[in-house]
Design a protein. Structure first.
Length: 365
């Protein structure tokens, strides 16, 4: 029975699957189909995450074993946390050593970020194979270190590929279950009119006050044409109250697939997992990259999709101008859907699952 330890970066909603869950915990059931069912083997999984409560909630809700470790970040700016986090990093490293020894995985799958670094170093010390997945167009510091230790590095963007035999273009695993939404249920959830266009607007896993404000500023004129499903983020609320053309949620779980089924255009951030979900669903979209994202990765992700003809970046124009122009151009939306189909990598999870299995077999034999 192969053991697979999963180091997951916070907020990325990663799991194992076809496992590794295509980038998202919510699709963890598919992991067993890809790694276990289709390959006639049993898989024991352990998800290693931070002590942030949302990590354990999402993982345990998915039925996965979970271990938390202390974590800290490397900051290139002054913060009092810079004096505290090194202590947490050291504690997290020794916790990782104990987890690796006690669980003794056949392979460690690292999804990236500061949670993965101590786990990957511990795995390397004990010669446990490491497979790293880089979601974004540019690697952060932690992933650059892990990449040097990894057996294989999976990437999502073509220009991340270097001249190295260990780097493989897989794309980003996403929840294939989002393809199976029911439009009827979507309209029941929202109470919307099926004859008016629906816009899904969100600001990433934590929401975005900036995007919330952009919508609030334009809503009174946009409501004449569109209906909005607004995902505000945990603890954030919008002041908009218009039940005929607007509904807000702090978070969408399984309901998201039904919302996708009625969505015509998406407005949101440009995190890699979100972009590849849009590609899978072929949803025309307008991107508002997070300006403070590490290494400006959201801007780089968005530029890649825009260069491919799959997205539009909202720059100096108003949301009303860009959104209205896109809606009134069926030809442009058709071209975007074609580009999104070319970018999508629906086989990413299967490819990564196969790589995990091959690595496990080589390690065992």
């Amino acid at each position: 029975m192969p053991n697979l330890a999963i180091a997951s970066a916070i907020k990325l909603h990663c799991g194992y699957n076809s496992g590794y869950d295509r980038g998202c915990i919510t699709n963890h059931n598919c992991s067993h189909k890809a790694l276990a069912g289709s390959h006639n083997c049993e898989v024991e999984l352990l998800y290693i995450g931070s002590r942030f409560p949302l990590d354990s909630q999402l993982v345990k809700a998915a039925g996965l074993r979970f271990k938390s470790i202390f974590t800290g970040k490397f900051r290139r700016y002054f913060s009092f946390r810079n004096f505290i986090d090194p202590i947490f990093i050291i504690i997290g490293f020794f916790q990782s050593i104990w987890i690796i020894i006690s669980f003794w995985p056949d392979v460690v799958f690292a999804k990236g970020g500061f949670v993965c670094l101590p786990v990957a170093i511990a795995a390397f010390i004990f010669r446990r194979p490491i497979i790293l997945h880089e979601s974004d167009r540019i690697m952060g510091l932690s992933n650059r270190i892990v990449a040097k230790l990894a057996t294989k590095v999976c990437v999502a963007f073509t220009d991340v590929i270097k001249n190295s035999e260990k780097v493989i273009l897989t794309g980003n695993p996403v929840r294939l279950s989002i393809q199976h939404g029911d439009a009827k249920k979507g309209y029941e959830i929202t109470g919307f009119n099926p004859h008016r266009p629906v816009v899904l607007i969100w600001g990433g896993s934590q929401g975005s006050q900036e995007i919330n404000q952009i919508l609030e500023n334009s809503f009174n004129i946009l409501k004449n044409t569109f209906q909005f499903v607004h995902v505000t983020g945990y603890g954030k609320r919008s002041s908009i109250t218009n039940p005929s053309y607007y509904i807000q949620f702090e978070y969408l779980g399984d309901e998201l697939k039904h919302i996708y089924a009625i969505t015509d255009i998406v407005v949101g951030r440009s995190g890699a997992n979100s972009l590849y979900e849009l590609a899978l669903m072929q949803k025309p979209n307008i991107l508002i990259p997070l300006k403070t994202s590490a290494h400006n990765h959201q801007q780089l992700n968005a530029e890649y999709f825009e260069q491919m003809g799959a997205s539009i970046i909202l720059r100096d124009n108003s949301l009303y101008d860009v959104l209205t122009a896109l809606w009134h151009s069926p030809e442009q939306r058709g071209l975007m859907k074609n580009a999104l189909e070319r970018v999508a990598k629906p086989e990413a999870a299967e490819q990564i699952a196969e790589l995990i299995l091959v690595t496990t077999r080589r390690n065992n034999f």
